[in-house]
Design a protein around this ligand. Structure first.
Ligand code: H2U
Ligand code: ZN
Length: 337
């Protein structure tokens, strides 16, 4: 692997990433903070996601025992928005956008994170994701369903109770459009981008974090965030409904293992944004699309020192010092229990 400064192509987005491996030795006099690792109660009377509590706006979260899904009380998108009308061809362009925003509680327990739940409990989260993808995706105007989780205050999560969000909308979001284009271009040569990529990763065995019979978690060759991972099925599947019961258990297992490793890395519940990229629900078959999840964690070198996407990253292109290979080795060396 190159030790000189180099750039790598993100095959999923088409973006270049700058890698500067020699720079990891530079002195650090930046941000340092105290680690606060407080234990949360199983039930918090002030948490709007705990069973039986009132939410902002007056709705009451019921006494749920497994997962619980509800329409976001402060949705970014609304289903009743009128269908989009482009506003002319001048420099100012806008369109209305319809959508549905939901919140999913992973567990009634306030104190658990995904990695602390049992495989069986995570499987119920997987089944709820699947059910929501099918239901929302079958609405005629919904072309894309994004299932994601913001974990930790550092990533903007509003509450430590284990939960995620689902946004379904009328048009493909930017990231998904880019990935769709890249996968379509690659598929024109007769094979799947992520199937081919996974085969190379399994052969190289340099960036694999953990794997089971059905899923592989790895630090992508083109990873932008220091401890970014990509979780993908070994089989060519485009969305959660393509998977059978055994594969869904495999998915629950790999999610538990990845998040447990993350939590061990700096000794804190690891902050991240995680989300599923599934095939669009626009009615086309999308045989080019390979289901995957991205984990984007902001931490760089400790529980509080994060990577900032500033300066060069904001104005030019992403850049990293610690290589994807060394990040993968670190994550791979951690225990899961
Ligand atoms: P985040 O923690 O990822 O921000 O997700 C929590 C969502 O919960 C957020 O989108 C919604 C917020 O709008 N919410 C409710 O729907 N009801 C509430 O009582 C508070 C927050
Ligand atoms: Zn709670």
């Amino acid at each position: 692997m190159l030790t000189a400064p180099h750039r790598r192509l993100n095959r999923l987005t088409g973006d270049w990433l700058l890698v500067s491996p020699h720079r990891t030795a530079r002195p650090w006099q930046g941000q340092t903070e105290e680690v606060v690792n407080e234990r949360r109660p199983e039930y918090d009377p002030n948490c709007y996601l705990c069973p039986g509590n009132e939410r902002a706006g007056g709705a009451v979260t019921p006494e749920y025992t497994s997962t619980y899904i509800f329409d976001n009380d402060f949705p970014a998108l609304r289903p009743e928005t009128p269908a989009g009308q482009p506003s002319g061809d001048g420099p100012l362009v806008m369109e209305s956008e319809r959508g549905i925003c939901r919140v999913l509680c992973f567990s009634p327990r306030h104190d658990l994170s995904l990695g602390e739940m049992t495989v069986g409990a995570i499987r119920r989260v997987v089944d709820t994701w699947n059910d929501q993808y099918v239901r929302l995706g079958s609405i005629d105007w919904v072309r894309h369903v994004l299932i994601f989780e913001n974990r930790g205050a550092m990533m903007g999560a509003s509450n430590p109770h284990p939960h995620g969000q689902i946004w379904a909308n009328e048009r493909l979001p930017n990231e998904v459009s880019r990935e769709l284009h890249q996968q379509q271009v690659y598929a024109a040569n007769g094979s799947c981008l992520l199937c081919d990529y996974l085969a190379v990763e399994l052969k190289d065995d340099e960036r694999i974090v953990c794997a089971n019979e059905h899923f592989v978690a790895l630090v992508p060759f083109w990873a932008n965030w220091p401890f970014e991972t990509l979780v993908l099925p070994r089989a060519h599947q485009g969305a959660l409904p393509d998977m059978d019961a055994g594969e869904r258990n495999g998915l629950a297992d790999i999610l538990r293992r990845v998040t447990r490793r993350y939590d061990k890395l700096f000794g804190v519940t690891f902050p991240y944004s995680m989300g599923w990229h599934q095939r669009p629900t626009d009615g086309a078959p999308h045989s080019e699309w390979h289901l995957h999840a991205h984990f984007y964690p902001p931490l760089l070198r400790s529980a509080t020192i994060r990577k900032f996407m500033v300066g060069y990253e904001l104005l030019a292109q992403p850049q990293r010092d610690i290589t994807p290979e060394s990040a993968a080795q670190l994550l791979q060396s951690l225990p899961e229990d």
